[in-house]
Design a protein around this ligand. Sequence first.
Ligand code: HEM
Length: 162
Amino acid sequence: PGPIHKDLNALKWIIGKWGSIKAEGSFPTIESFKYCEEISFTSVGQPVLNYSSLSWHPIKLNPMHLESGFLRVKPGTNQVSFMVAHNFGLTSLEEGCFTENKLEVKSSRIERMHFAKDPKVLEIVRTYELLQDGNLELILSMSTTNTPLTQHLKVQYLKCLL
Ligand code: HEM
């Protein structure tokens, strides 16, 4: 990891590589499932964190959902913009703010490849929270053309690397 930009000081708690200890997915239209995931928020000295997520099937081990993006802080504020590309043909711009233990973002724009699978995702809302025990929790909800805003993912991560 590079030096941490001063605008990221208040968001230091999220920096690092995190591995899931419990990851569950659900949605009204699908069977609930468990998965494994590794995410990282890495500093390279800019007022932005490089983000990546790789998830895989807990038994078959095949890759599942992948994400790559940037979490940029508006200098001198607690506002962020999270730009994410998803392997299933979608990009999301998610905006929000953070505190000393929570980061909440909500999509302001979602674009998709013209042949991306239906249903269309209309909204993404995610909250990362640093828990008392030092683990990180993610709750992610989405709405689609078929389903109103409903939780899709709940994950607890353990920090693996600074
Ligand atoms: C299903 C979106 C993250 C695994 C779906 C569906 C959508 C979706 C639209 C179809 C729902 C339906 O048919 O009504 C998203 C979005 C994500 C996300 C926007 C992140 C922002 C993940 C992650 C995993 C995952 C991290 C981890 C493995 C699945 C599985 C299904 C599913 C297994 C059911 C099978 C399938 O349709 O492929 N997701 N997903 N999703 N998602 Fe996600």
